[in-house]
Unconditional design. Structure first.
Length: 165
């Protein structure tokens, strides 16, 4: 297990790695646009059209801080450096999931959340007039078994390369 400081440090590193990948994607898009402009003979695009230093720096700072926080919060659950880097890299999603988690007691007390599929579907009432489920995919639970060939007759199966008439 990692200490809290190690989890925070490696988590921040994970956030920094993701931000480096995002920045590389922007630089690559700028490079591709420059190549396309050179071939077409157009004016070359400016780097500022692809990277906004104040906004990108602030976003990078928050990604690093979120990675640090996630690494620190989960340091007791992390088995090593790679796990902490992965948690830091996925920090925005991990922290959002942790913040919206519902306990079992809350779920049982509140019932289905308004607007969910469970509420929209309503109660399940079987239709007595409907035939047994034969429309399910073959081999699926509830699918009707294929009728057996009468005794003495083999079901036709083509040999390899043979076409069925």
């Amino acid at each position: 297990m990692l200490s809290g400081a190690e989890g925070a440090l490696y988590g921040a590193g994970g956030g920094l790695v993701v931000e480096a990948v995002v920045t590389f994607g922007r630089l690559h898009a700028w490079q591709q646009a420059r190549h396309a402009s050179r071939v077409a003979g157009d004016a070359l695009p400016k780097l500022g059209a692809y990277i906004d230093p104040p906004a990108d720096s602030l976003a990078a700072l928050f990604r690093v801080v979120l990675g640090c926080a996630a690494g620190w919060l989960l340091h007791g659950e992390l088995g090593g450096m790679l796990a902490a880097v992965a948690v830091g890299a996925s920090a925005p999603a991990v922290l959002a999931q942790m913040g919206s988690a519902t306990t079992v007691a809350e779920a049982l007390q509140w019932g289905p959340t308004p607007g969910t599929a469970a509420e929209a579907a309503g109660p399940v009432v079987p239709n007595p007039a409907a035939p047994p489920s034969g429309s399910a995919a073959p081999g699926a639970p509830g699918a009707a078994a294929a009728p057996a060939a009468p005794s003495g007759q083999a079901s036709p199966s083509p040999a390899s390369g043979e076409a069925i008439p």
